[in-house]
Design a protein around this ligand. Structure first.
Ligand code: HAM
Length: 418
């Protein structure tokens, strides 16, 4: 038997209602905030991500699905959306409108990571990006959008962690101080962290290795290296969140795994998830447009891992009830009644009712069983009597009442499917 690729999953009909549930929330809440959907291709030129996300990151170094196409060009299955969206916005000149622009996206992404609970090689993200504004109010608005989505999904228990990476100058100063501190204890660091020390020292801060955690405890903190501009930006974000009574925790060691961030970074965590407890994250990226050849366009955004949102909903028993396959099931006796049944099914489907009819020439008894099995609210029965009198018997399967009406009245009959 041929198996699906490790770390990928089929989404089966039994689960699809859960996806629709979240997708509707993504669409409706984004719409209420004035965000518009933008869809980019699944693959891009590799440089979109290597330049955009940064050569020193795990994503670019170890996790990208990169291949040469038949024309010898290096292409990559998108590991995230932000760099691709920025490429699209530059190419389509969407940011040069003189005001900010707000976009959302939903779709599959690909990272070659070790699969485990909540971690896949093909996973889905919903994300939103607020482009062309440097103001801290935009940082707050994307956090509010994320919170509104979490709330609409019914999740109340979660943490919002927030930190500031400051502007480039602040971060460069901090980087030097951190390298100094860590280099003095290089021998005690994990191999991963030793490797990161020169390329991406900030990533050592969120190492999961116990020895690293001990060393990091006394490391210099970014907060102490923020200059006036960086402090003012972060203070405004925090004070507006306070004003709006948004709950958060300042997490001085939160740095995130992509190189494009500056100033505000944030992450959403849920204890319902286990080891992979982060179900979303984002932050401000003021230099990504110039990295990708565009004009300077300070921006901010975030993305949720949709599988992780679903795991939380499952764990907290918040998944919506399954919809039955059909609301109305047409039950017919014999060949002639079947023709009649198909006409009825057609008429009702035209009116957007969800209608089933037997396709296997089963007995009436078996058809009634099928109506029960799909949990239809109504069975429409056309037996010999009905056929003669051109009527149809409407059985309410929930309260076992029934009535017989002429075929001609079916068009205006009200089925109560609340
Ligand atoms: P990220 O933190 O790399 O950020 O990914 C966002 C979310 O995607 C994570 O919090 C996680 O829930 C989910 N995720 C990531 N990798 C996997 C995986 N292998 N399996 C399952 N879920 C996963 C970004 O991608 C940024 N582009 C977010 C952003 C948007 N920043 C600014 N704008």
């Amino acid at each position: 038997m041929i198996q699906a690729i490790r770390g990928t999953k089929d989404i089966l009909p039994i689960e699809i209602g859960n996806w629709y549930f979240l997708e509707n929330i993504f669409r409706n809440v984004s719409d209420s905030f004035g965000y518009q959907e933008l869809r980019t291709p699944i693959f891009e030129k590799t440089e979109v991500f290597s330049r955009g996300i940064g050569d020193g990151t795990d994503i670019v170094n170890k996790e990208m699905y990169t291949f040469e196409d038949r024309g010898g060009e290096s292409l990559t299955l998108r590991p995230e959306a932000t760099a691709a969206l920025v490429r699209s916005v530059i190419q389509n000149k969407l940011a040069n409108t003189g005001t900010y622009q707000k976009f959302w996206y939903f779709g599959p992404f690909f990272r070659y990571e070790r699969p485990q609970k909540g971690r896949f090689r093909q996973f889905h993200q919903f994300g939103a990006e607020c482009l062309a504004t440097e103001h801290p109010e935009a940082d707050v608005e994307v956090i509010l959008l994320a919170n509104a989505i979490i709330k609409a999904a019914g999740i109340t228990e979660y943490k919002l962690l927030i930190n500031s990476l400051g502007n480039d100058a602040s971060r460069a100063n901090y980087r030097l101080a951190l390298i100094d501190y860590l280099s003095a204890q290089k021998e005690s660091l994990s191999e991963d962290s030793r490797n990161r020390l020169d390329i991406n020292p900030l990533r050592v801060l969120d190492s999961k290795d116990n020895k690293d955690i001990e060393i990091v405890k006394n490391a210099p903190v970014l907060k102490d290296y923020l200059d006036e501009e960086s402090k003012a930006h972060f203070d405004r974000v925090i004070s507006l969140l306070d004003e709006l009574e948004v709950k958060y925790e300042i997490s001085p060691k939160l740095v995130r795994g992509l190189d494009y961030y500056s100033h505000t970074v944030f992450e959403f965590q849920s204890s319902a998830l286990g080891a992979q407890d982060s179900f979303g994250g984002g932050g401000r990226y003021n230099k990504l447009f110039t990295e990708l050849g565009g004009k300077e366009t300070p921006s901010v955004g975030f993305a949720f891992g949709v599988e992780r949102l679903l795991l939380i909903l499952e764990e907290l028993k918040l998944l919506p009830a399954q919809k039955p396959e059909n609301d109305i099931y047409v039950v017919v006796a014999g060949e002639e009644a079947k023709n009649y049944g198909f006409k009825i099914a057609h008429l009702l489907r035209d009116k957007m009712y969800r209608v089933g009819i037997d396709l296997n020439n089963r007995s009436m008894k078996a058809q009634m069983r099928a109506a029960n099995k799909v949990e239809a609210t109504y069975a429409l029965v056309i037996g010999e009597d009905e056929l003669k009198s051109e009527t149809v018997t409407i059985k309410n399967m929930k309260d076992s009442t029934q009535q017989t009406i002429p075929f001609s009245e079916l068009n205006s009959f009200h089925f109560n499917l609340a």
